[in-house]
Design a protein around this ligand. Structure first.
Ligand code: ADP
Length: 495
């Protein structure tokens, strides 16, 4: 706030001016009603300025106020009380929504009227001096009024900013009155509520499960308060975690501040970490076991083939041997999958013709299961690793082929579009309950499955910056999975 003394110094408002103004007063006093008349007639010409008055009664009151104001303008005393009153007028103008510009224009009307009187009633030299004094006091007045105008605007801006800050706080905070009813709630707090919280006891505004889990009824009581540690609960079908703090606040409305912190994300991250760690341990263990199994399995397989050759095909032992060999092959596939899953993939990225990669896989799979009709459609290329891509497409196509077993006409389609391949089949599709677990290692619904195929696809895709995902029902009626590669890394031009 600007100092009154400072403003006086600026405009050179001195005792001599005070004297000149008070000497003018006897000439002005009889003219006051007519000045007020002129003043409000001028205001009436401007609808925006007129809009702040409620009606004729208020205008009449304003006439009186204006006359008192002119009296002070000429007679002072120009002390701190005067300054305070002038600042209050400014504040009032803000409150009624008057534009700041009208203070300057209205002041000009008064100044003009006073100068006219000085000019007409006083000798020329004195009139000039008095007119200077009028201009000085008008400037003094305007400085004081507009200064408070700005203060109020500033205050309003601060209040608005505080309200916005409160609303954008990510913490759920409730301000309670002395009766533990909600006075104010942040947006995050309102989001937690089951009904608009204002005026309600906290335990009625919040979901019961949250109130019970954090014992909020007790927490808000004046004799208790304190803190509730993070607690897990199920809210709207989701696992969530919340803590709460209640602290008394010294405010005229009394009451307390209750903050409810959401720890769900931290909990999920911790869970994911735990899972990743246990998967990593599982992967290491599996790789070690698989490694140990690989050589004995190869020997067993070789030995069975030698033994098989010694039995004539009609010998019942030949069929037993064939079954044993089948199981050994299954174990071998499992070992192979385990090693693929555990081995960190090496990548050699280059431009890859996706239709060509798809055809190579189809040739292998169709050779094993000639009953399935497998098509490759479209064309495209990607910045990809050939081996890892082969691994992904082989797994997806084998899964698709396996899914069509039991269908009258078995169909699989590998559709290429730009840098994407979609593998679809006409099998039974993936039930909704199974979909969230599809890519989890060791998740399988097949009696002969390892549950590693899709997990391997995901690791192999991730290693090339690609992604693989379940795409929903396919146009063939079964499931469909898509692989999307990065089209072209920056700075690399296609060959
Ligand atoms: P596995 O094939 O050894 O079971 P995967 O990780 O490849 O392991 O697949 C996991 C599960 O996903 C399968 O057991 C099956 O339930 C489901 N699944 C995968 N592909 C398909 C498909 N094309 N149609 C229906 N279900 C599928």
């Amino acid at each position: 706030m600007t100092n009154l003394v400072e403003i006086k110094l600026w405009v050179r408002f001195a005792a001599r001016d005070e004297q000149l103004l008070s000497d003018l007063w006897p000439h002005v006093e009889p003219e006051l009603p007519s000045i007020a008349e002129q003043f409000y007639a001028r205001i009436a010409e401007i609808p925006e300025a007129m809009a702040v008055f409620s009606g004729p009664d208020q205008l009449r009151r304003q006439h009186k106020l204006l006359m008192g104001w002119i009296n002070q303008l000429l007679n002072g005393p120009f002390d701190e009380v005067y300054a305070h009153n002038r600042r209050r007028v400014g504040r009032r103008h803000v409150a009624v929504g008057l534009d700041q510009a009208y203070m300057f224009t209205s002041m000009q009307v008064i100044v003009h009227a006073l100068c006219e009187i000085a000019h007409q009633q006083l000798p020329a030299a004195r009139a000039l001096e008095t007119i200077h004094a009028i201009h000085k006091v008008a400037t003094l007045d305007l400085s004081l009024m507009t200064e408070s105008f700005m203060d109020v605007q500033q205050d309003e801006r601060v209040v608005l900013a505080e309200r916005q800050m409160l609303d954008h706080l990510t913490t759920a905070a409730f301000l309670l009155d002395a009766q533990q009813r909600v006075l104010h709630a942040t947006a995050a707090a309102r989001d937690l509520c089951v009904q608009p919280p204002k005026g309600l006891p906290l335990h009625q505004a919040l979901p019961e499960v949250l109130v019970d889990a954090l014992s909020l009824r007790d927490l808000v009581l004046p004799e208790s308060g304190g803190h509730r540690s993070p607690t897990e609960l199920r809210l709207m079908g989701q696992a969530r975690s919340f803590s709460a703090t209640c602290s008394p606040i010294s405010s005229p409305v009394g009451g307390r501040l209750v903050q409810i912190s959401d720890h769900t994300e931290a909990l999920q991250v911790a869970r994911r970490l735990e899972k990743a760690e246990s998967l990593a341990r599982m992967g290491e263990m599996s790789a070690a076991v698989a490694h140990e199994l690989r050589n004995p399995l190869a020997s067993i397989s070789g030995a069975i083939q030698v033994l098989q050759a010694t039995f004539p095909p009609t010998d019942p032992k030949a069929s037993i041997m064939s079954k044993v060999h089948q199981q050994v092959r299954r174990l071998d596939r499992m070992v192979h999958d385990l090693l693929d899953f555990a081995r960190p993939p090496e990548t050699h990225l280059a431009r890859l013709d996706l239709a060509e990669a798809a055809r190579q896989v189809v040739d292998i799979v169709a050779g094993v299961d000639p009953d399935v009709h497998i098509d490759v459609e479209g064309s495209g290329s990607a910045w990809a690793d050939a081996d890892l891509t082969h691994r992904i497409l082989l797994n997806l196509t084998q899964n698709a082929v396996a899914a069509t077993r039991g269908q009258l006409e078995r169909r699989v389609l590998l559709h290429i579009d730009d840098h994407t391949i979609r593998v679809s089949d006409n099998g039974p599709g993936v039930p909704a309950a199974v979909q969230p677990s599809l890519f989890e290692p060791f998740f399988t619904t097949r009696t002969t499955g390892t549950g590693l195929g899709l997990a391997i696809c995901q690791t192999a895709a991730g290693a090339q910056g690609a992604s693989v995902f379940y795409d929903g029902a396919s146009s063939l009626g079964g499931a469909s999975f898509s692989v999307v590669w990065v089209p072209q890394p920056e700075g690399v031009t296609p060959a």
